[in-house]
Design a protein around this ligand. Structure first.
Ligand SMILES: Cc1ncc(COP(=O)(O)O)c(C=O)c1O
Length: 463
């Protein structure tokens, strides 16, 4: 197993042990999504520099960022064109209040984002994904109240979904590991199931699901029809819920049901948007236009906390009136329309378009999928391999009989430690291993990733 930090060196001046970066870090920094005690046996990886798909540590050691730093570094680290655009913006101004002011970078970005999906052409900006989802939920509630449907106050979402960490988004999500401790503070959001999961676009269910897989969900929706305000979902791929892919037909059916029943559809494209699934937006797989499309992460290519909600003009118009009517949407965050994020996003869009990134991802999808498939056939220690675009996932299982390991064994965590030692930052979700490298990751780095993942799995399971 990977070892604990090396012995401390001593400073010349005081003769006292020097405090390493990791030690100082752990003295003060409470890391996200971590049991801090784990860092005693495996300290955080110190990063000095990051370029492309690589993270560099002191001494020149490099590590492949195989999960694009929590799925946001879609074009890798330090992309020179985005760096230039950000510097250009900093030389003008870094941020100004975005109520009552305007600027060229935001207006150009808005124009471009409004042209991405016909039918969605009004933008509201935010500074993180969870807030974007909350904005869409609040807008939807206010919209229905202002259009004569104040009884529409309920939300539904997919079982096993994830939409963020604020209380409203934890309520909308269905990942108990993150939300159960806070249940006294959560609202009731109906969870729709079953979900017709698929292994990829080659799966027969991808194109069409049988009625018996749809009717229970339809029934759940019908029961709430009068009071339902909106349905929230991660289109096509459920990320934090275990990188599960579901049928485009299911998405299409939900969308058409919402349209027929004056219920909004909120598409959470925070992880799937900007080319990740081989389309610009995952909704495109089902030719679906939601009422709200929430984006973050890949929007600024992971350069800034930056998010946006794209919605229809019809929704916008329900808020547009004399001030005295009280119809305005009075949501305000200090960093709404953060100019540096906007500059990064604008350059990112230009690169995506010029280099046809979503099409490239679709064409190269099999490279990522192959990594896990080959490891599975070599070790028999992976099952349920699945993938779409530049996302691939599988479950670590006991090669002897294909069974799952006891969660208390922390097999995924042990694999993560081994992979870091071998040169890749792979951070499984429980025992679900997934690959989500930058969308422009060259094939030779993917080959290297495969070698590291294979070695790490063998070492973890003593194969
Ligand atoms: C699908 C989805 N929605 C919402 C969020 C929350 O975004 P943020 O972490 O920026 O609040 C995430 C983050 O991982 C996500 O994957």
């Amino acid at each position: 197993m990977p070892s604990a930090p090396k012995k401390k060196s001593r400073t010349k001046k005081t003769g006292r042990p020097a405090c390493s970066v990791a030690e100082k870090d752990l003295k003060y920094f409470w890391h996200p999504c971590s049991q801090m005690k784990d860092y005693e046996i495996f300290p955080p990886l110190e990063i000095e520099k990051a370029r492309g798909a690589y993270l560099y540590s002191p001494g020149g050691r490099n590590t492949i960022d195989a999960i694009s730093s929590w799925w946001c570094k879609s074009l890798g680290h330090a992309h020179p064109r985005i760096a230039k655009a950000v510097k250009r913006q900093i030389s003008k101004f870094e941020h100004v209040i975005s109520a009552n002011t305007c600027n060229s970078v935001l207006s150009e970005l808005s124009e471009r984002l409004a042209s991405l999906m016909p039918g969605l052409d009004k933008l509201f900006y935010a500074d993180n994904g969870s807030t974007a989802i909350e904005i869409a939920m609040k807008m939807s509630l206010q919209y229905h109240a202002q259009t004569g449907n104040s009884q529409k106050t309920k939300f539904a979402s997919l079982s096993n979904g994830y939409h963020g960490e604020t209380l409203l988004t934890l309520s909308a999500g269905d990942c108990g590991i993150y939300s159960s401790k806070f249940s006294p503070l959560l609202i009731n959001v109906e969870k729709l199931s079953p979900i017709p999961y698929v292994s990829g676009i080659e799966d027969p269910l991808w194109k069409k699901i049988p009625d018996n897989q749809w009717l229970p969900v339809k029934e759940q929706l019908e029961k709430m029809r009068e009071t339902l305000c909106a349905v929230l979902l991660e289109p096509i791929v459920q990320g934090a819920g275990g990188m599960k892919i579901y049928s485009q037909d299911f998405l299409r059916r939900i969308s058409s049901w919402t349209k027929k029943n004056n219920v909004h559809l909120i598409a959470d494209e925070i992880m799937t948007g900007f080319g990740r699934t081989g389309r610009f937006f995952a909704c495109e797989h089902a030719a679906v236009t939601p009422d709200y499309l929430c984006m973050s992460k890949g929007l600024s290519a992971g350069w800034a906390p930056f998010a946006a909600v794209l919605c229809t003009r019809k929704i916008y118009e329900a808020f547009y009136d004399d001030y005295s009517t009280g119809k305005a949407f009075l949501h305000s965050n200090t960093f709404c329309g953060y100019a540096i994020g906007a500059a990064a996003a604008l350059e990112n869009l230009k690169i995506m378009e010029e280099e046809q990134i979503p099409a490239q991802v679709a064409a190269r999808s099999c490279e990522i999928r192959k990594v896990l498939d080959e490891i599975r056939s070599e070790t028999s220690a992976l099952s349920k391999s699945r993938g779409i675009g530049f996302v691939a996932a599988a479950e670590i299982v006991n090669p002897k009989d294909g069974s799952s390991f006891e969660p208390s064994k922390r097999t995924g965590f042990n694999f993560y430690r081994q992979a870091v030692v071998n040169g890749a930052l792979l951070r499984p979700l429980g025992d679900t291993v997934y690959l989500m490298p930058p969308l422009n990751c060259p094939p030779k780095i993917i080959d290297k990733l495969k070698a590291i993942a294979l070695k790490s799995l063998k070492e973890t399971l003593n194969l």
